[in-house]
Ligand binder design. Sequence first.
Ligand code: TXA
Ligand code: MG
Length: 358
Amino acid sequence: MKAKLVRMTESELNMPALMEAGKILKNGGLVGFPTETVYGLGGNALDPRAARKIYEAKGRPSDNPLIIHIAEMESLPLIVKEIPEKAAILARHCWPGPLTMIFPKSDLVPMETTGGLDTVAVRFPSNRIARELIRQGGGYVAAPSANVSGRPSPTMAEHVIEDLGERIEMIIDGGQVPIGLESTIVDCTEEIPVILRPGFLNQEKLEEILGNVELDPGLLAENEHVRPKAPGMRYKHYAPKADLSIVEGPNEEVTEKIRCLTIENLLKGRKVGIICTEETRGLYPEGIVLSIGARAEEETIAKHLYEVLRKFDETEVDVIFSESFRTPRMGMAIMNRLLKAAGHTVIQVGGGGSDEEI
Ligand code: TXA
Ligand code: MG
């Protein structure tokens, strides 16, 4: 099967194409579509066969639950058993938008969609194409990121074609997504809400709205005994083909260290990739240098992270050295993805001591 490709923009929806896509979903088929975070692989969330197809197309373990996407607030009560007060407050402030929340699921939601859990993750995206598709598809669309399991999430339709072009019925090309990292996942079923996956909406923003919000300790775990609460965060994800290391420390020492590592590896006959920023790209004379964005505009770093990781897969480098991006607002989300891609290989420099690999 070759996916039918259709193009549109949020300001000019192609309604006949969206109606066709809606029919595909209602018949149990799969459609790739843009959201404001990353591209999704949509199937009817209330149809267990569609959920099975999604797992198969992605090559994803079927115990890793899917997020149900809705297009109206009124759709929520049917798929959940209760709406905790803090979830209602967060929904009012942040929906539609890049936020997913966990609820106890109602009987309408098949266990196939939730990977066997009795909770369900729900998101109300702001992208107009996504919302119209959800409406046309019956109101409830299960959508993981539209990548093959283990690859970086897609931020443009080309990535979806690359990974799933032969496995699904239709792909809607809505251009490059604005955020580039998956939604923030918050569990409001606990007394103190917990962030299960960091994203564009950060802890500070959530605390402004809700008061105290915690970060799932499993996310910070260099300690392997603490498991993340979101099953998907336990898998090694987004791993590029090459060995990726993050170099961390004061800026000047980082660039100096990456230059040294580059030369060392080139002399060993290895092809070297470097992930840097607009501010530092001129400082690397050797290697294949890709700028991920500008530190001065940290949103651009989030937006291009997955794209850059995919590009390095194409150029077939042997090793990649990346600067670290602990930026003020999105640093937590960016580094969560980058550290996973690097399998937590961090080379610490600076502070006067010797370099340390952790
Ligand atoms: O931005 C996004 O959220 C994108 C777009 C397409 O909307 N979707 C996305 O889906 O990132 P996916 O399947 O790639 O990631 C879903 C994450 C996984 O880590 C999964 O384990 C977690 O959500 N999740 C889903 N249901 C859950 C539940 N009931 N409890 C805890 N974690 C859950
Ligand atoms: Mg994913």
